[in-house]
Ligand binder design. Structure first.
Ligand code: PHE
Ligand code: NA
Length: 509
């Protein structure tokens, strides 16, 4: 316990690190796909409502919990939550706030390693003479470990371990290292994003071809930004919006609490948390929505985008589209794109490493080096199977349990702890101590009633997702006395499926 405790070097450093924590692959890879799959303009209103009624309140809760814990020398959620109540159960609930990070970072770093590799391939011109299909296949060969880049077998695995090693090294230098990466990475990311977004906004229909006569970048932008009120009644869209808000703001994980625990007792959290949150939203809705979708719509048409929207587009389609701007601009655009993804990724994966290190330091007095190395080892144990078995969908399973379900559960529990157990009055005092802005007092009410109620609805909704995610039909059926058919994607059917799989394995034919 005798180790000198780290703290943030400056307010700018803190804000950039916290913004770097939030701004991640989720902003550029997950958000556009979620928006397209949920009806574009139909998605935006639920998304913003979720931001104000769940996202901001959760940021308040997590920053307050974190700074509170730091005052008594605790830097990870098991001990922090424990210090807020006399019931031992919270200590165990806090364990979520360490392990979710390890589970998510295991596959997150894998994607980060693709962006790293794609920067290299862009620079050495690997994509220059390839056709659209070849670039598409390039990615598939890579993730299926069937590629032969540079003739090195299992290259994706080595690149993964290299990128993990870079993370471990930076973590071993402590908050100072994280702050430095954020100070370099965040401005570059925003600059690269602005350049590409400018291209997206201004490319218009210049690239329409015989195959895609209707190609027009503005169709993409209009699709995302024309509000469609009808879908406000569709619970599926609300669930997706809530899920995106969680993931993108990094709430429900334990990493914000950990970063905040290194604040000084009187340092502002009200303005800082809102600043970091709004920076993430700016990068997400302004930059994140102005790159992949409009550029793809500009070359290939909106119909193509609607049919092909998926997370792989960033790797399978973008390198080809960039080349259409000519060799030099193609390389520059590719560099901006994969470079920005890499910085977005690494500032987030570092954030997922700190709760583990904080715990080991508080509990066992481990040095930063020991903490960072043990983190790397844990991530390897979970991550290597993700890399090796990517093609079997191992990855999606991870993303579902660690990156979706666990966040909601933890966020619900910590909110209950903060507003009901610790108590809203004490909590509000915690939040407003040292505050540089006056938070509208309606948030006291929102945090106490609305946020926990919404979190509960999201959780129950995920438990009982109806067949085909079709809530309207399911509710109608229910009211006319029929049964509720669960979708295979609901938590309940997933759980029973897992049981089934285990049974099948235990009794082979
Ligand atoms: N918010 C990050 C993103 O948008 C992901 C993340 C989640 C990072 C949780 C840290 C903790 O990609
Ligand atoms: Na984000």
């Amino acid at each position: 316990m005798a180790k000198a405790i780290d703290s943030w070097g400056s307010r700018t450093g803190l804000i950039l690190a916290m913004a770097g924590n939030a701004v991640g692959l989720g902003n550029f890879l997950r958000f556009p796909v979620q928006a397209v799959q949920n009806g574009g303009g139909a998605f935006i209103i639920p998304y913003l409502v979720c931001f104000f009624l769940m996202g901001i309140p959760l940021l308040f809760v997590e920053w307050s919990i974190g700074r509170f814990g730091g005052k008594s020398g605790n830097h990870s959620t098991p001990y922090i939550l424990d210090s807020m109540s006399s019931k031992p159960i919270w200590k165990y609930i806090g364990v979520f706030g360490i392990f979710t990070n390890i589970a998510v970072v295991a596959y997150y770093t894998y994607i980060e390693s693709w962006t790293f590799m794609y920067v290299i391939h862009t620079v050495i011109g690997s994509f220059t003479d390839l056709t659209k299909e070849q670039i598409n296949d390039f990615f598939l060969l890579y993730v299926n470990l069937e590629g032969s880049d540079f003739g090195i077998p299992l290259l994706p695995l080595w690149i993964y371990l290299l990128v993990l090693g870079i993370n471990v090294y930076i973590l071993s230098t402590g908050l100072g290292g994280i702050e430095k990466v954020a100070k370099i990475g965040m401005p570059l990311l925003i600059a690269f994003g602005a350049i590409l977004a400018f291209k997206g906004w201004t490319m218009g229909s210049n690239y329409a071809s015989d195959a895609f006569p209707d190609a027009n970048a503005w169709d993409g932008i209009n699709f995302l930004w024309t509000p469609q009120y009808g879908s406000l009644l569709d619970p599926k869209v609300w669930m997706a919006a809530a899920g995106q808000i969680f993931f993108t703001l990094s709430v429900g994980m334990g990493s914000i609490q950990c970063y905040a625990s290194y604040l000084k007792a009187n340092e502002d959290i009200a303005l800082n948390s809102v600043t970091a949150g709004f920076t993430n939203e700016f990068v997400e809705v302004v930059l994140g929505s102005a790159i992949v979708i409009p550029i793809a719509a500009g070359f290939l048409g909106l119909d193509w985008v609607l049919e092909n929207a998926g997370f792989g587009m960033a790797f399978q389609t973008m390198p080809y589209l960039f080349q259409q701007w000519g060799e030099l601009f193609g390389v520059l655009a590719g560099l901006c794109w994969f470079g920005l993804l890499f910085f977005a990724g690494i500032t987030s994966s570092l954030a997922m490493g700190t709760p583990w290190m904080g715990f080991m330091q508080d509990e066992f007095g481990w040095s930063k080096l020991k903490g960072a190395l043990s983190f790397g080892l844990m991530v390897m144990i979970m991550g290597i199977p993700t890399v090796l078995f990517y093609k079997y969908g191992y990855f999606d399973e991870f993303d579902y349990w660690a990156g979706t379900v666990s966040l909601v559960v933890f966020a619900l529990l910590e909110t209950i702890l903060f507003v009901w157990v610790f108590g809203m009055d004490k909590g509000w005092k915690e939040l407003t101590t040292g505050a540089d802005i006056k938070i509208p007092s309606v948030y006291k009410f929102i945090m106490k009633y609305i946020t926990p109620a919404l979190l509960l609805i999201v959780f129950v909704g995920a438990l009982f997702t109806p067949e085909n995610n079709d809530w309207t039909t399911a509710l109608q059926n229910l009211f006319s006395g029929n049964s509720w058919n669960l979708d295979p994607s609901s938590i309940i059917s997933k759980l029973s499926h897992e049981n089934l799989d285990i049974e099948l394995q235990a009794h082979p034919e």
